[in-house]
Every structure is written in structure tokens, then in C-alpha cells.
Design a protein around this ligand. Structure first.
Ligand SMILES: Cc1cc2nc3c(=O)[nH]c(=O)nc-3n(C[C@H](O)[C@H](O)[C@H](O)COP(=O)(O)OP(=O)(O)OC[C@H]3O[C@@H](n4cnc5c(N)ncnc54)[C@H](O)[C@@H]3O)c2cc1C
Length: 431
């Protein structure tokens, strides 16, 4: 069968680890079946925007040629498409009809297959949960090449193992899910500054009148300012009249090449953190949808700023009762180390359905940290693993590149099919 298979260097968004892999890009389901049948140690890959090794294996099946928009009902807001369609492509199609995602991550350049396999969450997890909440069904190609229709009723066990299952159940071929109505492409944003950790945590925990919330933390502030930051609350704005909505995607800047060394270090981070708050005054103001949900999409290839060694993202979630102290301990451990995260984002999470046991968020709080890949970073990762484990928390596997295998709190035995490769079964050899 004729479809492209290329031997190449491959990495996730953080450019670490880098491996050599065979990457196939089948364009139809027969070609997908052919590659699945012929290869072991295989994993699906969407747009490669997971940070670490989630979509790395000796054999990689890219879904980027499975990009058919199968059906969109502009009246009910139900959509069906192939797994390689990007969220950005869906937005361009549905926003003019007054629809948006119920749950979106902070990036729109990911595939629908990737959104399901990581069961992504957004800034409204307490009220809307993960992507799986609005997922009606999907078609999954399993190890034998059979296509299984999975929903919350049919093959429900496989449905829930696939949501957050990081590709370990097979290849998601297509999916059907529900969208939410919107009447404006503006958001009403309410920004609160907090002078210390107690204020920041308290601010994020309150104000339930806002659907969306996420906090930026100045991870380097010490002493009386320890844990200071800002919380960005928002709701969808009310209607703008009867004109069709227009998705105004900001024209992105670009980091045109990878500098020979990382531009991100403790000193540039300190300057960035000091400037950051000045650009985000407290108060109420409108923000366009693209800027509120996808601020990092505003700079293409921003991952190159970390230089050729790449970076490491560490995101963990702690149960509510342990979150205040546990996150403070993690911030303290970072301050005691030589490493400094450039970006630190705190989110609040709500209950998850009992069946969604592979979804990352648990009721509590998560912290996401981006570190340059220094020589010392993995001793800090081990220290953070200890803190997270002791506080009964877990890490987000779609970000992971170096944590202990147990940290995702996944029963590997639940994923019996031997074909699908994963970091939990053994990390791939890096270059
Ligand atoms: C700037 C930025 C911001 C982000 N913000 C958030 C956020 O707010 N919330 C959040 O939850 N995540 C967030 N993420 C993570 C991102 O949403 C996930 O990693 C997502 O899975 C990436 O999708 P992808 O299409 O690039 O998949 P890839 O990175 O290619 O793959 C991710 C995983 O999905 C599996 N997979 C992909 N396609 C399929 C398929 N068709 N069948 C089976 N398995 C498949 C892969 O095997 C892999 O395990 C962010 C990432 C970036 C870079």
C-alpha cells in the first residue's frame, strides 16, 4: 500500500527527548490498518503538541492526513470529524455559526485525537470537566485492525480507557462531540492581583460567578511576596447583535530559528516576572476569545527560545485538602534549586466522573511549570515527584519526560494490548 513512511528525528513540543523513528502518514483507514498490522512498538501521533515523550515510539502513526470534517450540524452544535482535524480548523468552521468548544486547552493547534487521548481540560474544569464530558462517540482501530464504535454506552470500558489513555488502546480514527453556543467572540475578563500565596490561592478558590479562571504565579518571588501572582477570571460576553460571529485569530509573531543557547534562564525569568504584572492591570476589561484562550499561540515556535537542549514541562495536580501546603512546598523546592520555571500556571479542578479514571485532573489544584532543560533539572523533577506523591497527587502524562513511572497513577495492566508503545512500558532510546 502506498502511503508515506519516513525515518526521521522526532520530538514533542518541548524538543526533549529526541528520538529516531519511522513515521507513517496513512490517508485512509485501510492504510492505517496496514501500518498497524505490520508494526509493533507503535503509537499514534496527532500534531505533536504534547511536551515530552507521549507521542514518541520506534513506529509512529501520524493522523495528520485523516482530516475530513464529516458532519457539522449548525442547529444542534454536534460535530463529527476525523481524528487529525485541528481544533483551529473546527473553530474557523463553527464560530461563524455561534458555536465554540465546551472544553478547550490553552492551544488550538492540536488534533481531535490528541484532545481525546489526553482528555484535555481548560480553565473551566470545575464547571465543565474534561473534553470527554462532551464526547458522544469515536471510532477506534484496535490491535487486530478491527474498528470499534465506542460511546458511554457501547464499549464503555474502552471509551473511558481511551479518554486520557494516551494512545494505549489503539488509533482513534474519528469522533463525534457537542459544541456550546456563544453569542460573542469577546470575553469579559476580571483580573485580580495577589500579593502572596495565601491571597492568590484564596482568590482562585472564590468568585464562582466566573466560569473560567487561571492564575499566573511569580515562582521566584520570595519572602513576604512568596506565591504572588494574578488570577484571570472570565465569562463569555453577551451578544453583539445579529451579525455572524467572526473568529479573529491574532496574527502570530514567530521565533524564526533556534538560538545556540537558551534565552530563558533565572535572570530573564526574573525580568519577565517583574514586567508581566505591569502588562496585566487589575480590573474588568474585554478580551477577544483568541487572546483569552490561546495566548501562547500568539508566538509561533516559542519552544525554540529554550535553545537546542529543549525544555521540560512539569504539571501536577494535588487533591484539594493537600493543595495549599503541597504547592507551596513545590514552589519552595524550586526556589531552593538552581532551576527556575519561565511560566507557572495554577488552575482549580472539580470532580471527575468515576469512570474517567485516566483523565489527569482530580478535584483540587494543578500547577504547570516550564523549565529550561539544564543539567540539574531532573534532580528537581525527582524532588517534585516526591512532594507530589506524598501529597497524594499525580502528574499529567502528556507533559511528562522524566518522572518516575508511577507518577501518572496509571495501572499499566489495564492496557493489555502489547502493540502500543508508551513511556510507562519503557522509555524510548533518545539520541
Ligand atoms: C502551549 C500549550 C498549551 C497547552 N495547554 C493545555 C491545557 O490547557 N490543557 C490540557 O489538557 N492540555 C494542554 N496542552 C497539552 C495538549 O493539549 C495535549 O498534549 C494534546 O494531547 C496534544 O494534541 P496533539 O494532537 O498535538 O497530540 P500529540 O502530542 O501528537 O499526542 C498526544 C497523545 O495523544 C495520543 N494520540 C494523538 N492522536 C491520537 C489518535 N488519533 N489516536 C490515539 N491516540 C492519539 C498520542 O499517542 C499521545 O499519547 C497544551 C500544550 C501546549 C503546547
Amino acid at each position: 500500500m502506498d502511503y508515506p513512511v519516513k525515518h526521521q528525528k522526532l520530538a514533542g513540543w518541548a524538543n526533549y527527548p529526541v528520538i529516531e523513528a519511522d513515521v507513517a502518514t496513512p490517508g485512509n483507514y485501510d492504510q492505517v490498518r496496514d501500518y498497524v498490522a505490520k508494526n509493533e512498538r507503535l503509537i499514534a501521533r496527532g500534531n505533536g503538541k504534547s511536551y515530552g515523550d507521549a507521542s514518541l515510539a520506534p513506529h509512529v502513526l501520524s493522523t495528520l492526513a485523516l482530516r475530513r470534517m464529516i458532519h457539522f450540524d449548525a442547529v444542534t452544535g454536534e460535530i463529527e470529524c476525523e481524528a487529525g482535524v485541528l481544533l483551529s480548523e473546527i473553530l474557523a468552521e463553527v464560530i461563524p455559526h455561534g458555536w465554540f468548544f465546551y472544553v478547550t486547552p490553552g492551544i488550538k493547534h492540536i488534533t481531535v485525537g490528541g484532545a481525546i487521548a489526553s482528555d484535555v481540560h481548560g480553565k473551566n474544569h470545575p464547571t465543565h470537566g474534561c473534553f470527554s464530558n462532551y464526547l458522544i462517540s469515536f471510532e477506534l482501530m484496535t490491535e487486530s485492525g478491527k474498528i470499534v464504535h465506542c460511546s458511554k454506552i457501547e464499549h464503555a470500558d474502552l471509551f473511558w480507557k481511551t479518554c486520557g489513555g494516551m494512545g494505549w488502546t489503539g488509533i482513534i480514527l474519528s469522533a463525534r462531540f457537542r459544541l456550546r453556543p456563544i453569542r460573542s467572540t469577546q470575553m469579559d475578563q476580571h483580573t485580580v492581583w495577589a500579593d502572596n500565596w495565601e491571597q492568590l490561592f484564596g482568590a482562585l478558590s472564590g468568585r464562582d460567578s466566573y466560569e473560567y479562571a487561571a492564575a499566573w504565579v511569580d515562582s521566584l518571588a520570595a519572602g513576604a511576596q512568596f506565591g504572588r501572582g494574578a488570577v484571570f477570571f472570565a465569562n463569555h460576553a453577551e451578544g453583539q447583535g445579529s451579525e455572524p460571529l467572526v473568529f479573529q485569530e491574532k496574527k502570530p509573531g514567530n521565533v524564526p530559528f533556534t538560538p545556540p543557547v537558551s534565552l530563558i534562564n533565572r535572570w530573564s525569568t526574573r525580568i519577565h516576572n517583574t514586567m508581566y504584572l505591569r502588562k496585566k492591570p487589575p480590573g474588568d476589561y474585554p478580551v477577544d476569545l483568541d487572546s483569552y484562550f490561546y495566548p501562547l499561540d500568539g508566538v509561533r515556535n516559542w519552544n525554540r527560545m529554550y535553545g537546542p537542549r529543549g525544555f521540560v514541562q512539569y504539571q501536577f495536580c494535588l487533591p484539594e485538602q493537600n493543595a495549599f501546603d503541597g504547592i507551596a512546598r513545590a514552589l519552595q523546592a524550586i526556589q531552593n534549586s538552581p532551576d527556575a520555571p519561565f511560566l507557572t500556571v495554577l488552575k482549580r479542578h472539580g470532580e471527575r466522573p468515576a469512570e474517567a479514571k485516566y483523565s489527569f485532573p482530580i478535584k483540587g489544584y494543578s500547577l504547570a511549570l516550564d523549565f529550561p532543560r539544564t543539567r540539574s533539572i531532573f534532580s528537581l523533577v525527582r524532588k517534585l515527584d516526591e512532594i507530589v506523591w506524598a501529597a497524594e497527587g499525580k502528574i499529567y502524562l502528556t507533559k511528562d519526560a522524566g518522572s518516575d513511572k508511577k507518577m501518572g497513577r496509571v495501572e499499566v495492566a489495564d492496557f493489555e494490548e502489547k502493540k502500543w508503545w508508551s513511556a510507562l512500558k519503557g522509555r524510548v532510546e533518545t539520541l
